[in-house]
Design a protein around this ligand. Sequence first.
Ligand SMILES: [Zn+2]
Length: 355
Amino acid sequence: SNAASMGGMVNLTSFSLLTAVISLSIFFLLLKLMKTLSWSFSFRLVSQVNRERLWYSHLRPILTERQPGSRGSQAVRKHIFSKLDSLSAGWSVEVDSFISETPHGPVSFSNVLAVLDPMAPRRLLLACHYDSKFIPSDPSDPQKVFVGASDSAVPCAMMLELVTALDPHLKKLTEQISFVKVSRVTLQLVFFDGGEAFEQWSQTDSLYGSRHLADSMSRIPHPPGSEQSTLLNAVDLLVLLDLIGAPDPMFVNHFENTARWFDRLVAAEKRLHNLGLLSSHPKEQTYFMKDINMGPVEDDHIPFLQRGVPVLHIIATPFPSFLHTLDDTADKVHSHTVENLTKVLVVFLAEYLRL
Ligand SMILES: [Zn+2]
């Protein structure tokens, strides 16, 4: 009887061992499956980002002088309209034009606004400025003009590439909203005019377009007819892109109340790195640094921030060395960095909008 119970014990031990091995194998198999699924989901999303299209189709037409009220400015607006018009998501595009006094006399400004679903109760704003600063040419090389590649032609091109890469998903999002009328957040693009000062940066000589838009949004009832809330109240978050394009940029968190959204950028960069989906990207955390303090930067988010809108400011700090010089040109732009950052933002938008 002793031997029999011993045999039973041996059987029982090997049985539990077998169960443990099988459970462990299933666990690792599931882990691998989850990683594969996560890879294929991320891959499908970010593989839609096209560096050539970003560069030649979206960026190149913006690399021109485009001061407020100029022919270049008008040409860039036309470029933005035609790109958005070619997409299937159904963008409602409008121009917010106004005249403002400047150190150069009265000037006509035009913000370009594009929203997927104007009736959606909440909006995620993705923005940059499309005007270029007045920088006099070098008399020894009068052909060379200031094109502001990083400031902010590249961010504008990234926004166009983002909505092009995500077009089928954004189309689905719009269809869902109009079909079930669920209260969800929609995406609005803002291309600000007059971000730059004409002379010396001051309260009155800078941020012409953003001051005008924040003010007008704070006067428009939303939903229409509402007595309590305005379009500005409908802004969930303002994501502002600026000074992007130079190699090895660093982006830091600027605001405590949006730190959780900054964390998403950090996480997206790490994830894409570990899945091997970024190029010329040495470490898993190369761009987005949470715990470095660079101090606040005055930019187009200020008029919104002052009215209580949560802001995520994605601006390279320290600033590129060629800032506001004739050398802010396309050949200084690192196309892999721009592609990588666009991929990070694709993941961010997909998560935020639940695409
Ligand atoms: Zn600038």
